[in-house]
Write a protein that binds this ligand. Structure first.
Ligand code: AMP
Length: 114
């Protein structure tokens, strides 16, 4: 059996997280190493390794996660603008093999990213 990811351990309540939202499909919590004044991660409770692993049956879930991202941006006062990032694969900067969406805001965000 493969080892649980750190995010699966958070979902299962084995390690703590600073949770800002939870429902039956997803969990949102503050990133432990924030890259902006607001840096929240939104993750599906379903174990999906990356964007590459998203199946057709997951499309409604992905839509739901985006609605949660938008609603969190409103709740967290990111009205000036924000960024949603998915790092995919090693060269894409992905370090945790559980699909997650970074919600970043609270400062001007440069482009292009590194
Ligand atoms: P990525 O590099 O796109 O895979 O993003 C993984 C993110 O998870 C990084 O921004 C980490 O800072 C964050 N992270 C890792 N462990 C934890 C944790 N225990 N609680 C909150 N965020 C975490």
């Amino acid at each position: 059996m493969t080892e649980k990811t750190i995010f699966k351990r958070i979902i299962d309540g084995e390690i703590p997280a600073n949770v800002v939202f939870e429902d039956d499909q997803c969990l949102a919590f503050h990133d432990v190493n924030p890259q902006a004044p607001t840096h929240v991660l939104v993750i599906p409770k379903k174990e999906i390794a990356s964007l590459e692993a998203v199946a057709d049956e997951d499309i409604p879930l992905i839509g739901h996660l985006h609605r949660v991202l938008r609603d969190l941006a409103r709740q967290l006062d990111l009205g000036d603008g924000y960024r949603v990032v998915v790092n995919c694969g090693a060269s894409g900067g992905q370090t945790v093999d559980h699909l997650h969406f970074h919600l970043l805001g609270g400062r001007p965000l440069g482009w292009p990213p590194g």
